[in-house]
Design a protein around this ligand. Sequence first.
Ligand code: FES
Length: 83
Amino acid sequence: MLWLSLIEEKPMSDSVIITVRPNGPLLVEGAIVLSDLDGKPWDLTGKPAVALCRCGASENRPFCDGAHKKIDFKAADSPTTPK
Ligand code: FES
């Protein structure tokens, strides 16, 4: 598949890093394309990182707007083990 071969040829400096923030968003660093349900991409020009809401309370989803603090969102800091 074409996309697989492109990924394999990417140097490590182009890697995308996703970090779980404690009781907060997923911080996504690196060059990504983020699209809505219709496949329309958000304009992320000039943004080296985006924070994606995982609490569901943001009024600017899929992005975090800080609402997780207002609702006192609590989440495990580590991924859970699949059952
Ligand atoms: S994680 Fe920040 S508003 Fe949801």
